[in-house]
Design a protein around this ligand. Structure first.
Ligand code: FAD
Length: 403
């Protein structure tokens, strides 16, 4: 028997990729690695290579603010994200790794009458499709999170909120590593520093990938390349309905009191939670201008700090320690794309925008089933690429980062 530390050293030993696999997954983020893990553990398909151009988790899976929730705005999304919540709740046990998963509850605050109506509608649709969400009054908000200034600084008075008790966080890079190690224990190979520079095509079929370490043949190629997915689409002659937008986040120094829930405001477009170290972690909406720039900006810092301090005045005594950016793959209807493509053998998991960390378990599970059986499981079938051509889009504005 090897102990877990030995396993880890063995698994990440440097070696050259082989010349052929059943499945090549492009991108070692949460979605690529979770798909590899579920292919190996649920379907016995382990002749799989995950090719990551940098290090695993170097994309958005290692840059996000780690919020896990299912309180979305359309039935298809509520059901899908609820499945992911359930998988996350069992993931530490399944992978035998401490993921720092913690159920905290999530408050989604409304400051206006339209906001209250939207939150009441959210509670109704969540309840109808399997997620636990209830409408709460300002008095109940004060009980759940005493730090909230109910007057909203005299500018944005708090009118009510939805409370989603299963809202949670988990340590993002630990999730990535747990899936990578779990997949490798079952025979999957993960090759870091291995960019895919081209797709090999034969007629209307994908037959492999090009890399600086040589060509690799594959029966199936999954593009799980986050904000850089359109470049892969182009390699196959596909124009994907994705725009890449920067999304920023920041973290403060340690707040000495405990701040239990995740707090979001749909009207003010920001959200905040406390990390295990006691830091306050904040995010807001995407940068309007599509770009691949990882630069962090003063504008984000200014408006996020101003709005957050208005609702949570204690934040004014803290200092911003770090600010960073990820590149988000935004779909036109704010819903993911988990799908086969017109190129035979080429699959996509994309459109994860600002909301895809919470989706890693259910997304990986669904994509693995699609690749293994050729049929999309019911939970992911509505999220196919052809929904745009068929006018069956899934407009979901249930995320703070999408207004
Ligand atoms: C600041 C920020 C905050 C966020 N907060 C949340 C949140 O609180 N909750 C939530 O649910 N979601 C959140 N998200 C979104 C979430 O992080 C992403 O949707 C999710 O991580 C996407 O995972 P992925 O595996 O699809 O992509 P990624 O993690 O980006 O992985 C894609 C990988 O592909 C690699 N790659 C790209 N091109 C190639 C190539 N040609 N060859 C080989 N490798 C390649 C990249 O290097 C990268 O590692 C946030 C995102 C950001 C940026």
């Amino acid at each position: 028997m090897t102990n877990p530390d030995q396993e880890r050293r063995i698994a990440f030993e440097w070696r050259e990729p082989r010349s052929a696999y059943d499945v090549v997954i492009v991108g070692g983020g949460g979605h690529g690695l979770a798909t590899a893990y579920y292919l190996a553990t649920r379907h016995g398909i382990a002749n799989v290579a995950v090719l990551e151009r940098s290090y695993i988790g170097s994309g958005n899976s290692g840059r996000n603010t780690t919020v896990i929730r299912a309180n979305y705005g359309i039935p298809e999304a509520v059901r899908f994200y609820q499945r992911s919540i359930e998988l996350y709740q069992r993931l530490e046990e399944e992978t035998e790794r401490d993921l720092m998963h913690r159920q905290k509850g999530l408050l989604w605050i409304a400051h206006s009458e339209p906001g209250v109506r939207a939150e009441r509608a959210r509670a109704a649709i969540n309840t109808a499709f399997g997620a636990r969400t209830e409408f709460v009054t300002p008095e109940e908000i004060a009980r759940i999170c005493p730090q909230v200034d109910l007057s909203g600084g005299g500018i944005w008075p708090v009118r009510g909120a939805t409370y989603h008790p299963e809202g949670a966080t988990a340590r993002h890079d630990r999730v990535v590593w747990a899936y990578a190690e779990g997949a490798m224990r079952h025979g999957v190979e993960v090759h870091q520093r291995t960019p895919v520079t081209g797709l090999r095509l034969d007629g209307g079929r994908v037959t492999g990938v090009e890399t600086p370490r040589g060509p690799i043949s594959a029966g199936v190629v999954l593009a799980a390349a986050g904000g850089h997915v359109t470049a892969l689409g182009e390699m196959a002659g596909l124009r994907l309905p994705i725009r890449s937008h920067p999304l920023q986040a920041l973290v403060t120094n340690h707040y000495e009191r405990r701040f239990e829930p995740i707090v979001a405001s749909a009207d003010l477009l920001f959200y905040v939670s406390q990390t295990a170290r006691g830091e306050m972690l904040m995010g807001a909406e995407i940068d309007r201008q599509p770009s691949y720039s990882y630069r962090s900006g003063h504008h984000f810092l200014q408006y996020t700090a101003f709005r957050a301090i208005t609702l949570l005045p204690f934040l004014r005594d803290l200092r911003v320690l770090r600010q960073w950016t990820g590149i988000c793959d935004m779909s036109p209807d704010y819903s993911p794309i988990m799908s086969a493509t017109p190129v035979e053998g080429l699959y996509l998991t994309t459109g994860w925008g600002t909301w895809g960390f919470k989706a890693i378990p259910a997304g990986g599970e669904g994509m693995a089933a699609l690749i293994a059986t050729g049929e999309p499981p019911e939970l992911i079938a509505p999220f196919s690429l052809d929904r745009f051509a068929k006018d069956r889009t899934l407009a979901d504005r249930g995320s703070a980062g999408t207004h």
